[in-house]
Design a protein around this ligand. Structure first.
Ligand SMILES: Cc1cc2nc3c(=O)[nH]c(=O)nc-3n(C[C@H](O)[C@H](O)[C@H](O)COP(=O)(O)O)c2cc1C
Length: 383
């Protein structure tokens, strides 16, 4: 496993097509999905040669936490479908690398168990699925468990149209009747390693962190409809600030105007993101939107970004363009799907070695010293 593309291929072999495509795919024509990664090619490095650096300092500070590596693990829903270790395995690996993990609301392991698995900071990404009362119960639980920040995702007014999912029978896998599953059985049974893990893990997991009025966790199949019925609006930020005493980050910002709005509403940070090209297809690549957001709010708040990061050099470019740190989505989830905890560890090893090598080749000794002078970005990006 030399790079993230190798882990992706391994994940593709181990997972049934329905699960792999859920992880790998994007919305509609997948234009934004492709562009998220391609756009890194538009940024070139400007190295300082003949500089000897023995060891680079890769640490940074995110919301007051010292992290050993400038990439955190993004919220990835349904992680337990990819591997039984799911969110617990990913959080544990993040902690071992001295970095943070963000737990999605759409998670199969109990949030207390996820927090306990990690030595690093753990944040909670909140969807209002299940309504405000369910969200308040989750916020109380994360406060008691010791989560250090809340992430509010604002780009999911409805679920994006990920065309691979209906073709492969994602809905039928999660909730359909036995009869409805029949056309998709060959895909599942031809992946016995995944299937045995899935069955031993109890089959389709419940959403352990969305506890409904009846004190029962929500079942997975309810999610798409529930997402559409639980849009977050700016006005909700006031209520959230009362319900959650810690810092709030707004995830899914793509313009300077929305970034300013988020900060005005009290956000402690913004995450430039298009949900990995899974929501509105045709929006700009995250990296392309980053300079505008940094120009708008970089002096007032911390700006993180995610989308398309598959190499350490991508991480370095995003930091040079003003991100405090980045989030990895598929970059670690391919590893999780390929080999559970060991796969996430391998993904993080690859990326950490990449970042260190890139910085030494650039002639830069620490992440704190990375800045715009190390890269050339298209002129039209500057605002
Ligand atoms: C399979 C999958 C599930 C995701 N689930 C969530 C989620 O539950 N909540 C959320 O805010 N973002 C979710 N995202 C978006 C990621 O947090 C992140 O923004 C995106 O993956 C970054 O792009 P990348 O995968 O190219 O790194 C998901 C992404 C993937 C690939």
């Amino acid at each position: 496993m030399v790079n993230i593309a190798d882990l992706r291929r391994l994940a593709q072999r181990r997972l049934p097509k329905v699960v792999f495509d859920y992880l790998d795919g994007g919305a509609e024509g997948e234009v934004t999905l492709r562009e998220n990664s391609r756009v890194f090619e538009d940024v070139t490095f400007r190295p300082r040669q003949a500089v000897a650096i023995e060891k680079c300092d890769l640490s940074t500070r995110v919301l007051g936490h010292e992290t050993a590596f400038p990439a955190m693990l993004a919220p990835v829903g349904y992680s337990r479908l990819m591997h039984p270790g799911g969110e617990v395995a990913a959080a544990q690996a993040a902690g071992e690398f001295g970095t943070g993990y963000i737990l999605s609301t759409i998670s199969g392991h109990k949030l207390e168990k996820v927090k306990a698995a990690s030595r690093g900071p753990v944040w909670y990404q909140l969807y209002l699925v299940g309504g405000r009362a369910a969200a308040e119960r989750a916020m109380e639980r994360i406060r008691v468990a010791g989560f250090s920040a809340l992430v509010i995702t604002v780009d999911t007014a409805v679920a994006g149209m990920r065309e691979r999912d209906p073709r492969n029978g994602m809905k039928q896998l999660l909730g359909g009747s036995l009869l409805a599953k029949i056309p998709f059985v060959p895909d599942i049974v031809s992946h016995p390693a995944w299937l045995s893990g899935f069955l031993l893990d109890g089959g389709v997991p419940k959403l352990e962190n969305i506890v409904l009025e009846n004190n029962q966790p929500m079942t997975l199949m309810d999610v798409s409809a529930a997402l559409a019925a639980s849009v977050v609006e700016w006005a909700d930020l006031q209520w959230l600030r009362k319900a959650w005493p810690g810092p709030i980050l707004v995830k899914g910002v793509l313009t300077g105007d929305d970034a300013r709005r988020a900060v005005d509403e009290g956000a402690a940070g913004v995450i430039v993101s298009n949900h990995g090209g899974r929501q509105l297809d045709g929006v700009s690549a995250s990296l392309r939107a980053l300079p505008e957001v940094v120009a708008a709010v970089g002096a007032r708040t911390e700006v993180l970004m995610d989308g398309g990061i598959r190499r350490g050099s991508d991480i370095v470019k995003a930091i040079c363009l003003g991100a405090r740190a980045v989030l990895l989505g598929r970059g670690y989830a391919y590893g999780l799907a390929a080999a559970g905890h060991a796969g996430v560890v391998r993904a993080l090893e690859i990326l950490r070695e990449d970042v260190e090598r890139t910085m030494r080749l650039l002639g830069c000794a620490s992440v704190a010293e990375l800045n715009g002078s190390f890269v050339e970005a298209p002129r039209s990006w500057r605002r």
